[in-house]
Design a protein around this ligand. Structure first.
Ligand SMILES: C[S@@+](CC[C@H](N)C(=O)[O-])C[C@H]1O[C@@H](n2cnc3c(N)ncnc32)[C@H](O)[C@@H]1O
Length: 300
């Protein structure tokens, strides 16, 4: 339960955030996003290009081609970078994992933009994504040369595999070495063996959506972390849990369980996220980004 005091603080932070986002939205954007939706409407094929997020329209499409590119704006701190184009198929029949969610667009844009700003080099970073869905974020990370294990429920893995196969230009590294592996990982499966372990970064994109699954998600994240090094050194694995805030009490249910085991910080959405995004994604940005490190002695 969120106390009255906590709820007031969250509301104040949200108000401050909205002002900050309005300012950020007015600033020049370093990258742009466009995506083409294809599918059938009233029995007729359609193709529609969008620049702003529209979850319902997006999830109604059969396939989506996403392009993220640097803008021609004169940013001195940004490299002109080849556009990133990802081709994705959706399968609405497969629970929530067969469709693309808004936070995946935000994270894919953020990583690409940070890379273009030369801030992070994701080359050779070992990343595990949990609840990867149809694979936009995993493919974007692979394109930035990370080694990615993209995981989801067993029913979703064939979609992930199919989308990896549709994007050999992103999924294959030098000499045809795959940069991305799809694998089944149910958060509740304590015995799962995850290819690619250990990881530098574990990412959960839009995976906080139910109070029931929050505990399993936390336990799964713990198992994916490397043990904390002895001698007071920083833990090796960082966990990023990033979600659209659709329901505050579900966020709190996740946090309550995660706090027992992880040190938790917050990414500043106004200062550290919005400025890297396309203008259309800044307005109404409603995501929360937990930066988590295992507390010493809390590993499995
Ligand atoms: C809201 S979707 C987000 C998908 C994707 N990350 C995105 O942003 O487009 C939540 C994801 O969590 C996955 N998921 C739900 N429960 C799970 C569980 N118990 N174990 C593994 N994955 C699970 C779903 O299959 C789905 O892909």
């Amino acid at each position: 339960m969120v106390s009255h005091k906590e709820a007031r603080k969250l509301k104040q932070a949200q108000r401050r955030g909205m002002t900050g986002l309005a300012n950020a939205a007015a600033a020049e954007a370093p990258i742009s996003l466009s995506f083409t939706l294809r599918g059938y409407e009233d029995g007729k094929p359609f193709e529609r290009e969008l620049h702003a997020l529209d979850r319902w329209a997006t999830q109604a499409a059969d396939s989506i081609s996403v392009t993220i590119s640097t803008t021609s704006a004169p940013h001195t701190d940004i490299k002109v970078f080849p556009p990133l184009t990802v081709h994705l198929k959706q399968r609405a029949s497969v629970f929530i994992g067969g469709q693309l969610w808004n936070t995946a667009f935000i994270l894919a844009c953020w990583f690409y933009s940070r890379h273009a700003h030369g801030i992070h080099d994701y080359g050779a970073l070992r990343v595990c994504e949990v609840g990867a869905g149809i694979g936009l974020l995993a493919l974007a990370l692979a394109a930035l040369d990370a080694r990615v294990t993209a995981t989801d429920l067993a029913d979703v893995v064939p979609i992930l595999d199919d989308n990896v196969a549709r994007n050999p230009h992103l999924a294959m590294g030098a000499g045809g070495v795959p940069r991305i592996t799809a694998a089944a990982l149910d958060w509740g499966d304590k015995d799962a063996v995850v290819p690619g372990y250990p990881f530098d970064l574990v990412v959960a994109c839009d995976c906080i959506y139910s109070e029931v699954s929050a505990g399993d998600l936390v336990e799964c994240l713990v198992r994916l972390c490397s043990p904390v090094e002895a001698g007071g050194k920083a833990p090796a694995t960082t966990v990023w849990v990033v979600s659209e805030v659709r329901n505050e009490s579900i966020q709190q249910a996740f946090l309550e369980q995660a706090r027992e085991i992880f040190e938790i910080g917050y990414m500043d959405i106004v200062k550290d996220v919005a400025p890297y995004l396309p203008a259309e994604l800044r307005a109404g940005l409603n995501v929360r980004w937990y930066i988590m490190k295992l507390k010493p002695g809390k590993e499995e």
